[in-house]
Design a protein around this ligand. Structure first.
Ligand code: C2E
Ligand code: CA
Ligand code: CA
Length: 440
């Protein structure tokens, strides 16, 4: 073989290698290169730290400054990462604005993530400074782990876990985290069967008028009974919100509530208003109101019998026109309550703008009644505002008589909590209503 031909072949091989392994924008390795090089590293017996890093809102940056600037930014970020780690460490660009890093030996995670954050949060391109935010997922991989894909996946999961948490620049994949994921997928595997198999039930927690001590309302709370054990809504609701199963579950709860109201109307003179929790996922569904109205009519009851609870957090999403959505709901005759009030950073003028009837003061405020702290002042402010705006108030998680005393003094409209009753099954609720009546 002549030399010229051999050189050509080597050149061609190098070009193919480049195409397969080099990211043309940053000059770093690409995803294939990251897999191959990290695999090589983790096959050597020592500790490795995997970091997945991405730039928040890179899409908006591209839109605002154009693709050329976007590409220049990616290149600069790649350089900054390279300068922050050792020569023997690996950095590659995996996709869009996502970088993969693999560090060898003992690593101070706090330190390296801070260094990366500092370097990248202010970046200069052609004499102009840009402020950026990054988020990182970290996985510290033990000596014995050899499966490169699983190691990278864990760092990605750690990264996903901090999505939307603006003040947290990085998340670490831990043992506890892994347990949580296993449990999450268990729950996901069981949910469809559970709804078919009637494992979900609706409980009701009475809401008591603070002046008359009569039951005026009840909150519907879902329960999951699996083989005789209760799974807590605190555990499954967040999972169902993530995978949108909540839409199906809430429809089930709502239908049960309508059925129960219909039954109570036949048996009782006065039926308490039932509050139903509605997640953002359901609320934003296109045919939400249509669907719920259909169910309501099917049971011959009226939206006036029902209050819909949406959390304060749901109302603070700037991307949606909450006012319009809630107004439509109100027009049908439902009342609307803001749940967990005081925990969601809503602005006070939201209370004026949105068509709200009721404020449910979060338990954390009620817990501090009796403590000598500023919370009491905060509570007083909440009562002043709600009076001013003519909003009904419900105190959540009332457990002690001194809380009852305070809430009565403040003319809080309704009280809900273990002091009066735990969430009750439907039959127990009916008994509670009958006994409560006899007390008159
Ligand atoms: P939430 O809407 O804030 O409901 C109040 C929770 O506080 C209920 O827990 C209730 O049992 C509990 N609670 C009531 N009084 C007291 C008290 O005096 N002390 C204490 N320590 N706790 C009290 P639960 O039933 O476990 O529900 C937890 C959360 O699950 C609810 O919080 C709600 O966010 C969610 N949830 C329950 N059912 C549904 C539903 O159908 N749809 C949606 N989206 N969420 C639901
Ligand atoms: Ca609620
Ligand atoms: Ca609540």
């Amino acid at each position: 073989m002549n030399r010229r031909y051999r050189n050509l072949r080597i050149e061609k091989r190098n070009r193919l290698f480049e195409l397969a392994y080099i990211d043309p924008i940053t000059g770093l390795g690409n995803y294939n290169a990251y897999l191959a090089r990290t695999k090589e590293k983790i096959e050597i017996n020592s500790k490795k730290t995997i970091i997945i890093l991405d730039i928040d809102k890179f899409k908006s940056f591209n839109k605002k400054y154009g693709h050329m600037k976007g590409n220049a930014l990616l290149k600069r970020v790649g350089e900054e990462i390279k300068h922050s780690i050792r020569k023997t460490d690996i950095v590659c660009r995996l996709a869009n604005d996502v970088f993969g890093i693999c560090l060898s030996g003992e690593v101070d995670v706090e330190n390296i993530t801070r260094r990366l954050n500092n370097k990248i949060s202010r970046i200069k391109i052609e004499d102009i400074w840009y402020n950026l935010r990054i988020s990182m997922g970290v996985y510290i991989c033990g000596k014995e782990e050899k499966d490169v894909q699983s190691v990278i996946d864990k760092a990605i999961m750690a990264h996903d876990s901090i999505k939307g948490k603006y003040h947290v620049p990085y998340g670490v994949f831990t043992e506890e985290f892994e347990q949580k994921l296993i449990r999450e997928s268990e729950i996901e595997n069981m949910m469809e069967y559970a709804i078919r198999n009637k494992e979900f039930e609706v409980y009701y927690q009475p809401q008591i008028d603070s002046q008359t001590e009569r039951i005026e309302g009840a909150e519907a709370l879902v329960r999951w009974r699996k083989d005789g054990n209760m799974i807590s809504p605190g555990e499954f609701i967040p999972i169902f919100e993530k995978n949108y199963f909540i839409i199906k579950l809430e429809e089930f709860v709502y239908e049960k509530v309508c059925e129960n109201i219909q039954e109570m109307k036949k048996e009782l003179k006065k039926v308490p208003t039932i509050s139903v929790n509605i997640s953002k996922e359901s609320l934003l569904e296109k045919d939400f109101l249509e669907k719920y109205m259909k169910i309501t009519k099917q049971y011959g009851i009226s939206p006036n019998d029902i209050e819909l609870e949406i959390t304060e957090r749901t109302t603070v999403d700037n991307n949606i026109d909450m006012k319009e959505i809630l107004e439509e709901i109100k027009e049908k005759g439902f009342s609307i309550a803001i749940d967990d009030f005081g925990t969601g950073y809503s602005s006070l003028n939201m209370l004026e703008i949105l068509p709200i009837d009721t404020i449910k003061i979060d338990k954390s405020f009620i817990d501090r009644i009796g403590e000598k702290s500023h919370t009491i002042n905060l509570l007083e402010i909440i009562f002043l505002i709600t009076k001013e705006l003519n909003l009904k108030t419900v105190a959540e998680g009332v457990e002690k008589s001194e809380q009852v005393k305070y809430l009565k003094e403040k003319n809080c409209d309704l009280m809900q909590g273990y002091f009066f009753a735990k969430p009750l099954g439907f039959d127990a609720l009916k008994n509670y209503i009958k006994e409560n009546k006899q007390k008159e």
